[in-house]
Write a protein that binds this ligand. Structure first.
Ligand code: PLP
Length: 630
C-alpha cells in the first residue's frame, strides 16, 4: 500500500469507524456465536498472494463483527468502561505512524519526555502528593505508563520484594535469598482484583487475603492483626495492596487508617490500586476518597478505563523511582547512552524493553477535553449511575447492594442467588444489555456500570425498563412447573458451556473462582531460615477470616487431584477446556452460521417487550460457581 492508497483507505476507515460508532445500538451488545466460529470462516493458511482491500473489509463486517462484544455500545454495562474517544484514537494513530520504540531517552527523546510531563499533569490533576511527581524540585518519584493495572501491581510488588530481600540480606548475610523469599508475606483484601494474586504468584511470594468489612472496605485492624500474627510466626510482611474502587462493588479500603497503621511497619510497601476510581479524583469533590495517599509508596489508575483514553494506558506513580528501578534494571552496553545519568529510561520501570508512544493519546485527550471536560464526563457518568440507583430504589422487588459513589451500581432482586443468576442470564442472552455479576458480602449481585461516553438518561431508562420487564416475566414464570431450569437441562448443557466462555461471570472474589484457595493443601507449615541458614518449620497461623494464596498452589492442587478431573486448575483455566479444534454446529439452527439471531450480529427487530422463552434460556448463564467447561 503506498501513501496514495493509504490516504484513500484511511479516509474510508475513518468513515467506517464513525458509522460503526454512530450505529452501534442497532447491533447486539454481545455476540451470539460459539467457540471456534471464526475458524470455520477463515482459511487455515495465510494468503500467499495479496488480497484486495475491499475483500478484507468485507470480511471485517461479515466475519469479525459477528464475534465482537461491543464495549462502546450504549447498552454495555459490564465490567468498567473501556476508554475510547476520537482524540485518543487519533493520538494512537499518530503514535503508530511515528512507530518509535521509546525504551530509553536516546531511543526517542520526545517519547520519554512527553510521558514524564503528561504523567506529572495527570498526577497533579488527581491530587497526588508532590513526591510522586518527577519534575517537582527535590522529588525522587515519578510516573510511568504501563500496559495494565496488573502490570503496575506486579512491578511494584517486584520492587517491594527486592527491597525486602535487600534489607533481610543485610540482617542475615549468610542466608540464601530464596530462603528469605519464603518468609515474605503480601496482603490484600478479598475484594482486591485477582491481579494481586497473580502478581504474588509471579513474584513467588505468599499473599494473605483478608476479609473486608460489610462495605467491602479493608480495615486497618484486620490488616494489623494479620501482620502481627504473621510476624510472630517468623514471617515478614513486605507489601500491602489496597484498593480504591474495588472491581466487585466499587468499595474503598480504609487507606488513611491503613497508612497510619503501617507506620509501625516502615519497611512495608503500601500500594494503592485505583484502576477505575482513580480517574475520578480529578474532580475536586471526590478527592476526599484519596485521603491517606500521603502514606502510599505507589498508586495506579487506568485512563484506559475511565478517562476517555484507549487501551493501553495504565498510569503508575511511585514515591521513589530508584526503589522501583533497582528491582528491574539491567544495563547491557548496546542500550547505554551518553545521557543515561541525566534522563529517565523507562525500560527500567517495567517488564518490556520496547514501549509504544502511549503518552501521545493521553496528551491529545488532556488537551482536547481539558481537565474541565474530563471532570464533566466523570460527573455525567456518576449522574447516570445515580439515576439508575433511583430506579432500583423505587422498585420494591429490588435492592441496591453498594454505596453508589461513582459510576457503578450493584443491585439484585430480593430473593435467592439463583433467581438473580437466572435474571442476569436471561438479560445477557437477549443481547439487549450486557452486565456481569459479582459476589458482595457472599451474595450474588448484578453490576450495572455507566460505560458509554455519550450514554444518556434514555439509555439508563431503557436499561431499567428492560431489566424490569425480564424480572416481571421471570417472577411470574418462577411459579410455573413447566419452566425449564436452564442450567439443568442436559441437552443444553454443552452449548451453554461453550457460550459461557464468552462472558466472565464473576468479577474478582478469588474465593469464588478458586474455592480451593481457602484450604491450602501444600502444607500448613512454613519453612523459615535461621541466621546460619538452616531451616526451622513454623505452623501457619490460625487466621479465621483470611487465607493464604500460595505460589503455584494451583500446580500442586492439580497433582493432588489430577485424576478426579475436578480440580481447581480446570476452574481457573477453564478456557483451556474449550476444544477449539472441532467444527461447531449451531445447536439452535443446526448449521454452523455464526449468528443465528441475525446477519452480522445486527438485531433484526429489537423488541420492546422481552419475552421469556425456552429458546432464550440457552443464553450464556453468568454463574459464579459453575465454570467447568469440560
Ligand atoms: N484493579 C482493579 C481495581 C480493577 O478493577 C481491574 C480491572 O478491572 C484491575 C486491577 C485489572 O486491570 P488491568 O486489566 O488493567 O490489568
Amino acid at each position: 500500500m503506498d501513501s496514495k492508497e493509504f490516504r484513500k483507505r484511511g479516509t474510508e476507515m475513518v468513515e467506517y469507524i464513525c458509522q460503526y460508532l454512530e450505529t452501534l445500538e442497532n447491533r447486539r451488545v454481545t455476540p451470539s456465536v460459539e467457540p471456534g466460529y471464526l475458524r470455520n470462516l477463515l482459511p487455515n493458511e495465510a494468503p500467499y498472494k495479496p488480497e484486495p482491500w475491499e475483500k478484507i473489509m468485507d470480511d471485517v463486517e461479515t466475519k469479525i463483527m459477528p464475534g465482537v462484544t461491543h464495549w462502546q455500545h450504549p447498552r454495555f454495562h459490564a465490567y468498567f468502561p473501556a476508554g475510547n474517544s476520537f482524540p485518543s484514537i487519533l493520538g494512537d494513530m499518530l503514535g503508530d505512524a511515528i512507530g518509535c520504540i521509546g525504551f530509553s531517552w536516546a531511543a526517542s527523546p520526545a517519547c520519554t519526555e512527553l510521558e514524564t510531563i503528561v504523567l506529572d499533569w495527570l498526577g497533579k490533576a488527581i491530587g497526588l502528593p508532590d513526591a510522586f511527581l518527577a519534575l517537582k524540585e527535590g522529588s525522587k518519584g515519578g510516573g510511568v505508563i504501563q500496559t495494565s493495572a496488573s502490570e503496575c501491581i506486579l512491578v511494584t510488588m517486584l520492587a517491594a520484594r527486592a527491597q525486602a530481600i535487600k534489607y533481610l540480606k543485610q540482617q542475615h548475610p549468610f542466608v540464601e535469598e530464596t530462603q528469605l523469599l519464603s518468609k515474605l508475606m503480601a496482603y490484600c483484601s478479598k475484594e482486591a482484583h485477582s491481579c494481586v494474586e497473580k502478581a504474588a504468584m509471579i513474584s513467588f511470594v505468599k499473599l494473605r487475603i483478608l476479609e473486608p468489612d460489610e462495605k467491602s472496605s479493608l480495615r486497618a485492624d484486620t490488616l494489623k492483626k494479620a501482620m502481627e500474627e504473621d510476624e510472630l510466626q517468623g514471617l515478614i510482611p513486605f507489601f500491602v495492596s489496597t484498593t480504591l474502587g474495588t472491581t466487585g462493588s466499587c468499595g474503598f479500603d480504609a487507606l488513611e487508617e491503613i497508612g497510619r497503621a503501617l507506620r509501625k511497619f516502615p519497611n512495608v510497601w503500601l500500594h494503592v490500586d485505583a484502576a477505575y476510581a482513580g480517574n475520578a479524583f480529578i474532580c475536586p469533590e471526590l478527592k476526599y476518597i484519596l485521603k491517606g495517599i500521603e502514606y502510599a509508596d505507589s498508586f495506579n489508575t487506568n485512563p484506559n478505563k475511565w478517562l476517555l483514553t484507549n487501551f493501553d494506558c495504565s498510569t503508575l506513580w511511585v514515591r521513589d523511582r530508584i526503589r522501583l528501578t533497582s528491582a528491574l534494571v539491567v544495563d547491557p552496553l548496546y542500550l547505554k547512552h551518553g545521557y543515561s545519568d541525566a534522563t529517565i529510561d523507562y525500560r527500567h520501570w517495567g517488564v518490556p524493553l520496547s514501549r509504544r508512544f502511549r503518552s501521545l493519546k493521553l496528551w491529545f485527550v488532556l488537551r482536547t477535553y481539558g481537565i474541565s471536560g474530563l471532570q464533566e464526563y466523570i460527573r455525567h457518568h456518576i449522574r447516570l449511575a445515580k439515576r439508575f440507583e433511583q430506579h432500583v430504589l423505587k422498585d420494591k422487588r429490588f435492592e441496591v447492594c453498594n454505596e453508589v459513589k461513582l459510576g457503578l451500581v450493584c443491585f439484585r432482586l430480593k430473593g435467592s442467588d439463583k433467581l438473580n443468576e437466572k435474571l442476569l442470564s436471561i438479560i445477557n442472552g437477549s443481547g439487549k444489555l450486557h452486565m456481569v455479576p459479582a459476589s458482595v458480602n457472599d451474595r450474588y449481585i448484578i453490576r450495572f456500570c455507566a460505560v458509554a461516553q455519550n450514554a444518556s438518561d434514555n439509555d439508563i431508562d431503557y436499561a431499567w425498563e428492560t431489566i424490569t420487564d425480564f424480572a416481571t416475566e421471570l417472577l411470574e414464570k418462577e411459579q410455573d412447573d413447566d419452566f425449564v431450569e436452564i442450567t439443568e437441562d442436559p441437552r443444553k448443557k454443552h452449548t451453554l458451556a461453550q457460550k459461557r466462555s464468552f462472558f466472565v461471570r464473576m468479577v474478582s472474589d478469588p474465593k469464588m473462582y478458586n474455592p480451593g484457595i481457602n484450604t491450602p493443601r501444600i502444607s500448613t507449615e512454613i519453612a523459615s531460615p535461621t541466621r546460619d541458614g538452616t531451616m526451622v518449620t513454623l505452623q501457619s497461623p490460625p487466621h479465621e477470616s483470611s487465607w493464604i494464596s500460595w505460589p503455584l498452589a494451583f500446580l500442586f492442587n492439580s497433582t493432588d487431584e489430577g485424576s478426579s478431573g475436578k480440580n481447581d486448575v480446570t476452574l481457573r483455566f477453564r478456557h483451556l477446556d474449550v476444544k477449539m479444534g472441532s467444527s461447531r454446529r449451531n445447536s439452535a439452527t443446526g448449521n454452523s452460521s455464526p449468528s443465528p439471531e441475525g446477519d452480522n450480529g445486527i438485531l433484526k427487530s429489537p423488541k420492546k417487550s422481552p419475552q421469556l422463552s425456552r429458546k432464550r434460556g440457552t443464553s450464556p448463564n453468568p454463574r459464579p460457581s459453575d465454570g467447568n467447561l469440560s
